[in-house]
Design a protein around this ligand. Structure first.
Ligand SMILES: [Zn+2]
Length: 347
């Protein structure tokens, strides 16, 4: 675990509105709290039309996992977590924080009722460009293209499009297979390489226009799909009013480290501005798109006012964890964590 950062740093001077200020301050030296931040993306009922490209946790699986988590640990919300990082709030020794990436409409339609029924609160990380104009983020466009064309079909369509663009991209011989498998560890080798190429390797200027054109050609209207795919302002306002927290997840949802430092800073600043304009000012967390970050990314998030940043590194959070790079465990690995790290016996 990283311990070279801002231990219980002083990010922000205000606290979220519903932090319990009367809570007992904790002594970091004696604080052996361990927090499991769980990361979710797609949660939906099975959909055969999308199953080739969209890997979703079933609603029943989601409920079962929440039951397991609640059986062995205490749930916490973002304001409590933030208060703890500031040394103002005491947390249970074993607790969990639920986080949801990508601002998906299913988070409002499917996840929210489940959380509400159990009295749980989540942190929803939203890529803000989908709130300012109707479009599909590259990652999701690729999922839908994979659903429609399959791996082989998308590869063929991609090679044809690259040829048409006259793009001299040497693929896949230059692919960093290890990096691809690390990021897409849950995918087959071929699909991990394909996704890595489209999301990370291919220059941004090429991939945006190429995937958009493939999407319109093989899936349908980007605007129409966007309306069915992402949360809107009404959803976010309602979720925030219920006590859930809305965090930033980049504006363009590009891996920040693939942008120049100036572009990355502008993207993160725009994320903060859009959320503040639409939801009002608040102390908010950030989740790095694709888990990618570096020193410049962390600084830019701090400058933009984000109070803590989450990665995709699979560890627990402790009192000496750097709040600029908080680890999270993917939903698919939660059972293993419960069994090993917490010595629990999930059902
Ligand atoms: Zn994302």
């Amino acid at each position: 675990m990283d311990s070279d950062g801002l231990k219980r740093d002083g990010a922000g001077t205000d606290s979220p509105a519903n932090v319990d200020r009367s809570a007992i301050a904790v002594s970091p030296q004696s604080d052996d709290t361990q927090i499991l931040a769980v990361m979710y993306h797609y949660i939906s009922e099975p959909d055969r039309a999308l199953s080739r490209g969209v890997q979703a946790l079933s609603v029943d699986g989601f409920r079962a996992q929440l039951d397991d988590l609640c059986r062995h640990m205490e749930p916490i919300d973002w304001p409590s977590f933030y208060g703890w990082t500031q040394g103002r709030v005491d947390l249970p020794k074993r607790c969990f924080l639920l986080t949801f990436d990508d601002g998906l409409l299913s988070h409002g339609r499917i996840v929210l009722p489940v959380l509400e029924a159990l009295g749980l609160r989540g942190v929803f990380f939203v890529p803000t460009s989908v709130l300012t104009h109707e479009h599909m983020l590259l990652a999701h466009a690729i999922h839908l293209l994979l659903s429609r064309l399959g791996d082989k079909g998308l590869c063929e369509a991609l090679l044809a499009a690259l040829h048409a663009h006259d793009a001299s991209v040497d693929w896949p011989s230059t692919m960093d297979t290890n990096a691809a498998m690390e990021l897409y560890h849950y995918e087959s080798r071929d699909r991990a390489k394909l996704k890595y190429f489209l999301n990370i390797t291919l220059p941004i200027s090429i991939r945006q226009s190429m995937v958009q054109s493939l999407f319109e050609q093989h899936v349908g209207s980007i605007k129409r799909w966007s309306r069915t795919w992402y949360l809107g302002w009404e959803d976010l306002v309602a979720m925030q009013a219920l006590g859930h927290s809305i965090g930033g997840h980049g504006d363009s949802h590009e891996p920040i480290t693939c942008l120049t430092t100036a572009q990355g800073r502008a993207d993160i600043r725009q994320t903060a501005c859009v959320l503040n304009d639409g939801l009002g000012p608040d102390i908010r967390p950030f989740s790095y798109p694709f888990g990618r970050y570096d020193e410049a990314t962390m600084s830019s998030c701090r400058e933009a006012g984000f109070a803590a940043c989450f990665t995709t590194e699979p560890h627990r959070i402790r009192c000496d964890t750097d709040t600029r790079r908080l680890p999270r465990v993917d939903t698919m690995n939660v059972t293993a964590v419960l069994e090993k790290d917490f010595a629990c016996q999930p059902h």
